[in-house]
Design a protein around this ligand. Sequence first.
Ligand SMILES: C[S@@+](CC[C@H](N)C(=O)[O-])C[C@H]1O[C@@H](n2cnc3c(N)ncnc32)[C@H](O)[C@@H]1O
Length: 229
Amino acid sequence: MRYELKTLREKLGPVELTLETIADLDRAIDSLCEGVDEKSAERIFVEELCPYFGVVWPAARALGEHVARMGSWLKDQRILEVGCGLAIPSLVAAKLGARVTASDFHPEVPVFLARNQRHNELTFPYLHLDWRASQNNLGKFDFVIGSDVLYENSHPKDVARTLSSYCEKKGHIILADPGRSYLQAFLDELQGFGFRYDILIRNVLDGHNDRAGDRRTKEVFVISCTSQS
Ligand SMILES: C[S@@+](CC[C@H](N)C(=O)[O-])C[C@H]1O[C@@H](n2cnc3c(N)ncnc32)[C@H](O)[C@@H]1O
């Protein structure tokens, strides 16, 4: 799929990134769905391919800033990001010397990731990981992270199971969420897997538009979880 693109500079705490993104998400979705009947079987397939990965979501800014402020603590730590989209937190963690693996299920994510790694002179592995069917054959990580990955009914269960299955016994899960209605269900699932959590709120720039002078902010919940066992 060909999208109109734009390149941005994002400052996340002390870390600055150059990011190639989709210029207008709504327009990209419209052109993807153009001519596809709403009731057809093809529509379900097309909806799965909606390019939500390609823009800077407020939750990614919040998690990116959170990771940036962890600083040298992250050096050599093993980090897995799920549903990474543009992989902003992964890029930040890699800048700080962490051993990062980014993952998503959308076939175009690795294309954007490769470009954004180049823009920021970074390299780290990418993995196709669909949290609906995830079986851990990768081992465990010190940090398993994700931002804005709780937006469908099935996500709390699938995401909690996947995050906890990749998290080292004494490791951490960090998830950023813009206050979506499935957040509490996710926290309940995680508690069921034996994790306890702390929540802090970060105020970040809202939306993915960068109209001059638009400085609206949004509260994002950043949840840090550790295993009780
Ligand atoms: C709202 S976007 C957030 C992207 C990125 N984490 C951010 O905050 O900018 C949701 C992401 O979850 C990914 N995703 C959706 N369903 C998934 C699944 N079943 N397995 C893995 N990733 C999935 C999408 O491809 C997309 O990149």
